[in-house]
Design a protein around this ligand. Structure first.
Ligand SMILES: Nc1ncnc2c1ncn2[C@@H]1O[C@H](COP(=O)(O)OP(=O)(O)OP(=O)(O)O)[C@@H](O)[C@H]1O
Length: 689
C-alpha cells in the first residue's frame, strides 16, 4: 500500500489481491475511479478497484502468469542453480514479458495526479494500471536492477537470450536507469558486474567464457556503429540487417569487440557513449530521438563435456516516446513521429492481441523492430522498464506509456535455450581449442613484452625520480592489470593444454574401442552426442543392432516357412492346378505381360475353334432335322406310324426315334439301313450336345 508521495517498497508492500476485470468505458479506454483524498488510498487499491468496479487494463485480456512461471522475483521458483547446467535437456521458459514502471522524481509529486502502489499506478480520472512492479521516485538504480534484470542475467548465463529495454518520454529517466551515473550505476553496468561476478565464481577448469560486445544506434531509420566512428560520418555506407542462423538477425559489418575483463567492457561502452554524444552535436536532439542498443554475446563452454551455448543480452535505451514537438525536428526526422517507435507499438499491439497467431507481425517496418524481432518473437526473455513523469503536463505521454506497457504485459513468451553446439565432435573441439590456445599464446607474449617495456621505462627513470612519481597511479594500475591478465591467460593456457591432451587421449581410446557401425545415420547420431554419453550410447546402439538383426532373421525364417507351406499346398492340389501354378510361375519368369498376351491369344484361338464346332453342330442338327422331316413324311405316306418320342429324364429331354412294328416288312429293307445310319448320327449329335 503506497499513498501519494510515498516510495513503493517491496518489503512493506501489501500482497496484491485479485484484480477486477471489467471493460473500459472512457474515451481513453479506461474507466474512472475518483478517490477524493489521499487518505482514501490507505485502503488496498485493488480492493477499492473492486468496490468501484474499476478495471485494470493489464488483466483485461490476459491472466497474469503465476509466480512459478514468472522470473520477476528473486525467490521465484523459476530461478535456476547458479552453475550452468548443460547436461539437462533444454527447458523452454514460458511466461509473459516482465513489465515494470519507474516514476522520475517530481518537485510536485504530492500534488501530482498519479498514485503509486507496489504493482499498480492509479489516476483519479483515468483508472488503474497493473504491472509486475512500480518503482517510486526515490527508488535506486540498484533496486530497479535487482527487480527487473538480475534474474535475467542468471538465465542468460544458462543459455537463454535476454532483452531489456527502457521505454518512456524524453527526460523521464531511460538513460538514467539504463546507464546511470558514476555514483548511481544503471542497469547496463550492474548487469556487466553481475556477469563478471558469475564468471569469476565459476570453476575455470570446467567453464570457459567468451564475450563479445557491439554497440549501435538507430537514428532516422539508419544504423550507426558506435564502436566504429567511421559509420557515424555523413555519407558512410549504410549498415544492413540480415537474417542469421546463429542470432536470428545480424547487422552486417557491425564491430564486435572481444572482451577479457569487466573493466575493458565498461571502457568500450564508455567509448560508444562518447561517440553517441559527439554525434549528438550534429543533430540537436539526437539522443532523445535515437535508440541505443548494447549487445553482449556470451559463449559458454563446458570444458569437460565439450558443449557450448551462446546467448545474447540486448540492453536498449529507446528514443523518447513522445511526438516530435518542433517543425524543425519533424523536418529533420522526415516524419512527425519516430518510425521505429511507431512500428514497435504496432508489433506490441499485434503480439499482445489474441489473434496474432495468424496475423502478420510487421517486424520489417522499422530497423528497431527488425533488430528486436528475435527477442519479441519468442527467442528471448524480455524485461521492459517504462519510465514516466507524474506531473500533469506529462499526462498524455504517461498514459501512452502505460498503454504501451499494459499491451506488452499481454505478450506470452516461450523461450528456448540456445544450445547451439552440443556436438561431441572431438576433432572440431580440438581444432577450436588449438586456435584459442594459439591466439592466447600470442596475446600472452604481447602482454609480456609490453609489461617488460613498462618495467624498463619505469626502471630507466627510477634513478631520477621515485617510481610512484614517474609512473603515476594510472601506470601502476595498468601494470597490475597486465600482470593479472598474464596470470589469468597463463592459467587458461594450462587448462587448454590439459584439455587438448585429454581430448586427444579420448579420441585415441574411443576410436580403438568404437564398433564399426554400418548405419551412417546412427554414426551421425553418435557423433552429435557428448563425449560422456558416447560410450553408453555405443553400447545401446550395438544392442539395438543385435536385436534388429535377430528380428530380421526371425522374419526371414518365417517367410521361408510360408513359402514352403504354399508350395506344399500347390503340389497337394490337382496335378492340373500344380501344372497351372507351375505355368503361372513360368509365365512370371517370362514376364507377366508377355504371358498374359499369349494366354489371351490362346483363349481367342480356342474360342474360335469352339465357334467353328458350334457352326458344325448347328449344320449337323439342321441336316438331321431335314432327314427326320423327310423320313416322317415318307413313313406317313406309307402308313408307317412312327416319330420322335420325347421323354423327360430329370432336367434333360431325351428324344427317341420310335417306329411302329406294324410297318410292313417291305419297308424294313428300304428304311432299316437309313434308320440305322440316322440313329447312329443322332447318337453322335447327342454326344456332341
Ligand atoms: N530516477 C531518477 N532519479 C534522479 N534523476 C533522474 C531520474 N530519472 C531521470 N533523472 C534525471 O532526469 C534527466 C533526464 O533523464 P534521462 O536523460 O535519463 O531521460 P531520458 O528518458 O533518457 O531522455 P531522452 O529520451 O531524452 O534520452 C537527467 O538529468 C537525469 O539525471
Amino acid at each position: 500500500m503506497i499513498s501519494r508521495g510515498q516510495t513503493p517498497r517491496r518489503s512493506g508492500a501489501q500482497t496484491p489481491s485479485t484484480p477486477s476485470l471489467s471493460r473500459p468505458s472512457s474515451s481513453l479506454g479506461f474507466s474512472k475511479t475518483t478517490p477524493s483524498s489521499s487518505s482514501r488510498y490507505q485502503q488496498s487499491s485493488t480492493a477499492r478497484a473492486n468496490e468501484r468496479n474499476v478495471f485494470t487494463p493489464v488483466r483485461e485480456r490476459v491472466s497474469r502468469p503465476s509466480s512459478s512461471l514468472s522470473y520477476s522475483s528473486a525467490n521465484s521458483s523459476f530461478s535456476r542453480p547458479t552453475t550452468p547446467s548443460f547436461a539437462t535437456p533444454a527447458q523452454p521458459y514460458m511466461g509473459s514479458i516482465k513489465v515494470t514502471v519507474r516514476a522520475k522524481p517530481s518537485a510536485t509529486f504530492l500534488r501530482d495526479p498519479w498514485f503509486l502502489h507496489e504493482d499498480s499506478i492509479q489516476h483519479n480520472e483515468i483508472g488503474e494500471f497493473k504491472f509486475d512492479h512500480v518503482f517510486g521516485p526515490d527508488s535506486s538504480n540498484e533496486q530497479v536492477y535487482q527487480d527487473t534484470v538480475q534474474n535475467l542475467i542468471q538465465q542468460l548465463m544458462e543459455g537463454y537470450n535476454a532483452t531489456v529495454f527502457a521505454y518512456g518520454m524524453t527526460g523521464s529517466g531511460k538513460t538514467y536507469s539504463m546507464s546511470g551515473t558514476k555514483e548511481e550505476p544503471g542497469v547496463i553496468p550492474l548487469s556487466i558486474k553481475e556477469i563478471f561476478t558469475k564468471i569469476s565464481d565459476s570453476d575455470p577448469s570446467q567453464w570457459k567464457y567468451d564475450l563479445k560486445v557491439s554497440y549501435l544506434e538507430i537514428y532516422n531509420e539508419r544504423i550507426y556503429d558506435l564502436l566504429n566512428p567511421s559509420t557515424l560520418k555523413t555519407g558512410s555506407p549504410e549498415l544492413k540487417i540480415r537474417d542469421s542462423t546463429d542470432y536470428g538477425v545480424k547487422v552486417i559489418g557491425l564491430v564486435e569487440e572481444t572482451i577479457r575483463s569487466e573493466h575493458e567492457l565498461l571502457k568500450i561502452i564508455q567509448r560508444g557513449d562518447i561517440n553517441r554524444r559527439t554525434s549528438e552535436t550534429d543533430f540537436n536532439t539526437r539522443s532523445s530521438r535515437s535508440h541505443a542498443i548494447v549487445q553482449l554475446r556470451i559463449s559458454t563452454t563446458n570444458i569437460s563435456l565439450g558443449t557450448e551455448t551462446i546467448s545474447t543480452l540486448s540492453l536498449c535505451d529507446l528514443a523518447g516516446s513522445e511526438k516530435a514537438t518542433s517543425s524543425n525536428e519533424r523536418r529533420k526526422e522526415g516524419a512527425f513521429i519516430n518510425k521505429s517507435l511507431l512500428a514497435l507499438g504496432s508489433v506490441i499491439v499485434k503480439l499482445s492481441s489474441p489473434q496474432t497467431s495468424v496475423g502478420h507481425i510487421p517486424y520489417r517496418d522499422s530497423k528497431l523492430t527488425r533488430l528486436l524481432q528475435p527477442a519479441l518473437s519468442g527467442d528471448s526473455l524480455v524485461s521492459i522498464l517504462c519510465t514516466i513523469q507524474t506531473q500533469p503536463a506529462a499526462l498524455a505521454e504517461t498514459v501512452n506509456t502505460m498503454r504501451f506497457a499494459a499491451r506488452a504485459k499481454n505478450i506470452n513468451l516461450n523461450v528456448k535455450k540456445n544450445e547451439v553446439d552440443l556436438s561431441s565432435d572431438k576433432d572440431r573441439m580440438i581444432e577450436k581449442l588449438r586456435t584459442q590456445l594459439e591466439s592466447q599464446t600470442k596475446e600472452l607474449q604481447l602482454l609480456k613484452s609490453s609489461k617488460n617495456g613498462a618495467n624498463n621505462s619505469a626502471s630507466t627513470v627510477q634513478g631520477y625520480y621515485s617510481s610512484e612519481t614517474v609512473m603515476g597511479q594510472a601506470d601502476v594500475s595498468q601494470v597490475t592489470e597486465l600482470k593479472e591478465q598474464i596470470s589469468q591467460l597463463d592459467s587458461e593456457n594450462r587448462i587448454l593444454i590439459e584439455r587438448l591432451e585429454h581430448l586427444k587421449r579420448l579420441n585415441e581410446e574411443s576410436s580403438a574401442e568404437r564398433v564399426a557401425l554400418k548405419s551412417d545415420l546412427i554414426n551421425d547420431i553418435i557423433t552429435t552426442l557428448s563425449t560422456e554419453n558416447q560410450q553408453s550410447m555405443i553400447v545401446k546402439v550395438e544392442q539395438l543392432f543385435k536385436r534388429s538383426f535377430s528380428e530380421i532373421e526371425e522374419y526371414q525364417s518365417y517367410i521361408s516357412h510360408l513359402e514352403n507351406r504354399l508350395k506344399t499346398q500347390l503340389s497337394s492340389t490337382s496335378p492340373k492346378k500344380a501344372k497351372s501354378s507351375q505355368h503361372i510361375e513360368e509365365k512370371m519368369d517370362l514376364g507377366i505381360y508377355d504371358a498374359l498376351m499369349k494366354e489371351q491369344e490362346e483363349e481367342i484361338l480356342q474360342l474360335r475353334s469352339e465357334l467353328r464346332n458350334k457352326d458344325k453342330l448347328i449344320n449337323a442338327l439342321q441336316s438331321t432335322k431335314r432327314v427326320r422331316d423327310s423320313l416322317t413324311h415318307t413313313i406317313n405316306g406309307n402308313n408307317v406310324h412312327g416319330g420322335i418320342n420325347v421323354t423327360q429324364h430329370g432336367d434333360s429331354k431325351r428324344e427317341t426315334f420310335i417306329y411302329n412294328s406294324n410297318v410292313g416288312d417291305a419297308l424294313k429293307p428300304l428304311n432299316g439301313e437309313k434308320l440305322n445310319a440316322y440313329n447312329s448320327k443322332l447318337d453322335d449329335v447327342r454326344g456332341k450336345v
